[in-house]
Design a protein around this ligand. Structure first.
Ligand SMILES: *[C@@H]1O[C@H](CO)[C@@H](O)[C@H](O)[C@H]1NC(C)=O
Ligand SMILES: *[C@@H]1O[C@H](CO)[C@@H](O)[C@H](O)[C@H]1NC(C)=O
Ligand SMILES: *[C@@H]1O[C@H](CO)[C@@H](O)[C@H](O)[C@H]1NC(C)=O
Ligand SMILES: *[C@@H]1O[C@H](CO)[C@@H](O)[C@H](O)[C@H]1NC(C)=O
Ligand SMILES: *[C@@H]1O[C@H](CO)[C@@H](O)[C@H](O)[C@H]1NC(C)=O
Length: 494
């Protein structure tokens, strides 16, 4: 062939090719995957020679049988009601949908177009078969599996399918913002993706996130992934037995909810580090033991518990500044007691046990007040008790000015007393072995002294002390009030 011939030949081919472009052609995939029971849409576009067409009749066939015809009665029974031409034939779109796919719907199928007059064509050289799958293809599921609390989590769930008219339905096990996206793949396959966005919460930790996909026709898939949410400790609390006796040991345990698990530190309220570890043992607790708190620590944060103040129980301690006072001629005695639990406060005046006329409680302080006719008594005993023990203290009654004067004036009496002692009259013997307390000498100062034994409660072996005390009282009283009754009168019948 010479060059000219070659040129003509190629021009011919080119012309033919351009001519075939606008000739009887169809574009269909040779095979489309379809899920049994679901639907399939066979994508199809066709072409026909350059003729002015106004009426279009699109038909789909398998061999010489019609699986789709616009006049339904022309469709073979097996496909009646299940096939639908989705494409707009005037726009050269011949896409076909087959519903409720059955195993025997494999094809192969081809398209036929009938335009006006003799312009009809069966594209039987381009057949489409449907490869049936019994179960949906695996689902793609993606989510960050480890997040921090509050972080935004995006989860993606996507599946391929062949039914764009009724794409699969997605249902998430977690609330959040959802987005649906669909993408056309090749050969009649579509990809449907659901995106879920939410803010992670600690309650999501270790919980599976599920994406339930329901395909048209009813088949389901439910992939899931467990999310780990890291969060700073919460519910940091100290477990302990609140009531503990002074001097005993208290065991404290800290707990918290955290991911990853917490480590613990113990501090005193003033900030000193006491211990590291989940438990803390406080030995020899005292009423002054400082409040403590624990701190739960993990990589996400440090969180303190509330402060724990043990309720340390201890027997009463009567404050030495407890006293009797006189105001406007009214005498009252305040007995101030430190104890936990609060104490019962009684007074012993002579042979009488008197309840407090007034009791005030404020925390560990109980104040018992006695206001009564104190008569000629020089002192009153305050007695405090609680479940852990008891305590007592002698409170001296105030000496009024009048009496003081008499006392000074009767200096002779004192001298007489000294003489009596000096001359060794039986009284001296009686007064021997005194414990050194001399209520007489403190009478005017109202100072409190301890210990003092009280008649009702005192053991007998210390009776001698009492006699002594009463003796000295008697001598004092002798001059002031002429009370000559010795110890017996005060203590005998108690
Ligand atoms: C043909 O019609 C189908 C169904 O309506 C549609 O999904 C597809 O996009 C159309 N194809 C083209 C090439 O326009
Ligand atoms: C317990 O504590 C008190 C003071 O709070 C102290 O006097 C005492 O010795 C302590 N006892 C022991 C066994 O540590
Ligand atoms: C209780 O005692 C505290 C101090 O220990 C004091 O601040 C408070 O005023 C007292 N309350 C009453 C009602 O006396
Ligand atoms: C304190 O002593 C009184 C009298 O002895 C008694 O009735 C009371 O139950 C005691 N209280 C406690 C808390 O022990
Ligand atoms: C008073 O207290 C002393 C110790 O302080 C004790 O020995 C005595 O028994 C107490 N008396 C009474 C009546 O409780």
């Amino acid at each position: 062939m010479d060059a000219l011939q070659q040129l003509v030949f190629f021009m011919c081919i080119c012309f033919k090719a351009t001519q075939t472009e606008s000739s009887w052609t169809v574009d269909v995939p040779s095979s489309v995957e379809g899920l049994l029971g679901s639907c399939v849409v066979i994508p199809c576009s066709y072409n026909y020679p350059d003729i002015a067409a106004h009426t279009f009749t699109g038909i789909w066939r398998i061999d010489d049988q019609v699986i789709y015809h616009p006049t339904e009665s022309n469709t073979m029974e097996k496909y009646r009601g299940r096939t639908k031409l989705l494409g707009d034939l005037s726009k050269k779109n011949c896409s076909l949908m087959i519903e409720n796919l059955q195993q025997s719907d494999g094809g192969p199928f081809f398209f036929r177009i009938e335009l006006e007059g003799p312009n009809k064509f069966s594209y039987s050289n381009n057949k489409v078969s449907i490869s049936m799958i019994g179960e949906p293809n695996p689902t793609d599921f993606f989510v960050q599996e480890e997040v921090k609390e509050g972080q935004t989590v995006s989860a993606f769930c996507s599946v391929s399918h062949s039914c764009p008219t009724n794409p699969p339905d997605f249902h998430w096990s977690h609330s959040g913002e959802q987005h649906f996206q669909t993408q056309n793949l090749q050969n009649g396959q579509w990809k449907a993706t659901s995106t879920l966005t939410f803010h992670s919460d600690r309650t999501d930790n270790n919980k599976p996130l599920r994406c339930r996909v329901t395909y048209h026709g009813g088949k389901q898939r439910e992939p899931s992934k467990t999310i780990k949410v890291k969060y700073a400790p919460v519910n940091v609390k100290v477990e302990y037995q609140s009531d503990v006796n002074e001097g005993e040991t208290a065991h404290l345990k800290c707990s918290s909810d955290a991911n990853p698990v917490s480590s613990y530190e113990w501090h005193s309220e003033s900030g000193a580090l006491l211990n590291k570890g989940q438990t803390y043992t406080m030995s020899n607790v005292s009423r002054n033991s400082e409040a403590v708190y624990c701190t739960a620590v993990n990589e996400e944060g440090r969180v303190k518990s509330s402060t724990v103040q043990l309720n340390v129980l201890y027997a009463p301690d009567i404050e030495t500044y407890s006293k009797c006072s006189s105001y406007n001629g009214i005498v009252k005695c305040d007995c101030i007691v430190q104890s936990r639990p609060p104490s019962t406060v009684h007074f012993v005046l002579g042979d009488r046990v008197l309840p407090s006329s007034k009791v005030e409680k404020n925390g560990s302080v109980t104040t018992g007040t006695l206001q009564t006719d104190f008569g000629s008594f020089k002192f009153v005993h305050c007695l405090a008790n609680n479940t852990l023990g008891n305590s007592n203290l002698t409170l001296f009654l105030p000496v009024n000015d009048n009496m003081q004067n008499i006392f000074i004036a009767s200096g002779a009496g004192v001298i007489f007393l000294i003489i009596l002692i000096a001359t060794g009259v039986g009284v001296v013997r009686k007064c021997r072995g005194r414990s050194g307390e001399t209520p007489t000498s403190d009478l005017g100062t109202m100072k409190a002294e301890r210990p003092v034994e009280l008649p009702r409660y005192a053991p007998t072996k210390r009776k001698e002390d009492r006699k002594d005390m009463s003796c000295s009282d008697i001598y004092a009283n002798d001059h002031l009030y002429g009370n000559t009754d010795c110890d017996e009168s005060i203590y005998n019948n108690v």
